[in-house]
Design a protein around this ligand. Structure first.
Ligand code: PLP
Length: 454
């Protein structure tokens, strides 16, 4: 009999997060100040983030204890199941063994609450009253709205105007959890008012929303800002995914030859692969491959430059060394909103420079085709972001069919697509466009990277 699912009991949920920093051959270089471009001090970060998170950001402790209250909240849906995609293997007619970690079981439907809960816990501990954040399509705003309510915090979500108007369902979900959602640009901040004055009918952007959220937080007593990806402490919180997966793969008597995940800022995939890639760094599993999958619309790892750049379009946040297509690069309007970020986790970028991980990019029609193939075998309708991982899995599985190799593939299934059905509809109507991104466009925005003295 085929075993389809591997469940960990609640008592086997990880007690510590895994911090990759002390195990990296080369650590990611430190952040720089958005205005002076000098090295950033912890005090610079303290106006924006809770203290505990700033310490985690550059911690050299390999294992960091997960506070009991955080574990308790995570247990609402964790440990998440590990699946064997036996039916998909059959449909693909591949000798490969395919496993996936299913993060769509969280109440908001993705991996994002793994860090939202930790961030809310530390904020509450430090006497913070409320958290401000930005959201595009609403995945991160949903996770944070849900998590703030578990810890009795207020929340303000600046939602990009066009998503606010076109995608009301995530806004309604956020409001149901208690989120206070406003379309950005809004008249509630100086940044928003200035943008509205110059351009009253703008559809907004993530960069504008970030500026508003940071301003809202730093100008209010007792308020901080929350960030859903990219920075080291978010990667740390997401390692519960990979730590659980290691135990579940042991239950299946398996170890991955290939790890695959989609990357926007990198957090869901880093969460899965960091607890495995340490075996590659140590040399114990030197043949293991780690494949980061991005959108061709925003190809920071595959076509960007490894350089210092601002983390946000408005140049208000830290300057980080990462693969970037430029902080004011405007990607084509692909449906995988979570993969439209111009930069990438500095940890993933450093690992790629050192040759431990690789990257590839796909167009949207091929990823929706993979999502349909998966839905028709495994049943789950995944987020368009997640579908990028599926396409890479499919390619690797078909390569195994070609070569006859029985490789073991493990991928992260980052979230469900129940709020993204309009994009599935567009695919059914053959209305999805594949955009060919001209090199000239990337080169133009790379001209505006900060000039960091060596
Ligand atoms: C936000 C999101 C992503 C992209 O963010 P990462 O930080 O790269 O994980 C991927 N999948 C889903 C379902 C998301 O909500």
């Amino acid at each position: 009999m085929t075993q389809y699912k591997y469940f960990l009991p609640e008592k086997d949920m990880p007690t510590h997060w895994y911090n990759i920093l002390p195990d990296m051959k080369t650590p990611p270089p430190p952040y720089r100040h958005p205005i002076t471009l000098e090295l950033m001090t912890p005090a610079d970060l303290a106006t924006v983030f809770p203290q505990a998170l700033i310490e985690q950001e550059s911690s050299q402790e390999r294992w960091i204890e997960i506070p009991d209250e955080v574990r308790d909240a995570l247990k609402m849906w964790r440990p998440s199941p590990l699946y064997r995609a036996a039916r998909w293997e059959k449909a693909l007619d591949t000798p490969a063994k395919i496993y996936y970690k299913w993060e769509g079981v969280s109440p908001p439907g993705s991996h994002k609450p793994n860090t939202a809960i930790a961030q809310c816990y530390y904020a509450k501990q430090e006497g913070v009253k409320g958290l401000a954040t930005e959201t595009g399509a609403g995945q991160w705003g949903s996770a944070l709205s849900f998590a703030t309510q578990l810890f009795g915090l207020e929340i303000k979500v600046f939602m990009v105007r066009i998503s606010y108007d076109q995608k009301p369902y995530r806004r309604i979900a956020m409001e149901t959890w208690g989120g206070n959602v406003v379309p950005s640009p809004s008249p509630e901040t100086n940044a928003g008012r200035a943008i509205l004055e110059a351009n009253p009918h703008t559809s907004g952007s993530l960069g504008m929303a970030i500026s508003e959220a940071i301003e809202y937080a730093v100008t209010r007593e007792g308020w901080k800002y929350a960030l859903g990806s990219v920075v080291n402490f978010v990667m740390l919180h997401q390692t519960v995914i990979g730590l659980e997966a290691r135990k579940q793969m042991e239950m299946a008597d398996a170890y991955p030859d290939i790890l695959i995940g989609c990357v926007g800022g990198g957090s869901n995939f880093a969460g899965l692969f960091l607890p495995f890639v340490k075996d590659k760094i140590s040399g114990a599993k030197s043949d293991m491959r780690v494949i980061n999958v991005e959108s061709t619309a925003c190809p920071s790892l595959t076509r960007g430059k490894y350089a210092y750049d601002w983390g946000d379009t408005a140049k208000t946040g830290p300057v980080a060394k990462m693969h970037t297509v430029g902080h004011d690069f405007v990607p084509a309007p692909v449906h995988a909103g979570g993969l439209r970020y111009h930069g990438m986790s500095p940890i993933i970028c450093r690992l790629m420079e050192d040759g431990y991980v690789e990257a590839r990019a796909y167009h949207q029609n091929e990823i929706f085709e993979a999502a349909h193939s998966f839905a028709r075998s495994e049943g789950f309708i995944v987020a368009p972001e997640t579908a990028h991982a599926l396409q890479a899995v499919r390619e690797e599985a078909l390569a195994c069919k070609e070569s006859g190799e029985e490789k073991t593939i493990l991928f992260n299934c980052s979230g469900h697509g129940h709020f993204d059905l309009a994009s599935y509809d567009a695919y059914h109507r053959q209305e999805l466009q594949d955009y060919d991104l001209e090199d000239e466009k990337i080169q133009q925005s790379l001209k505006r990277l900060p000039n960091i003295p060596v």
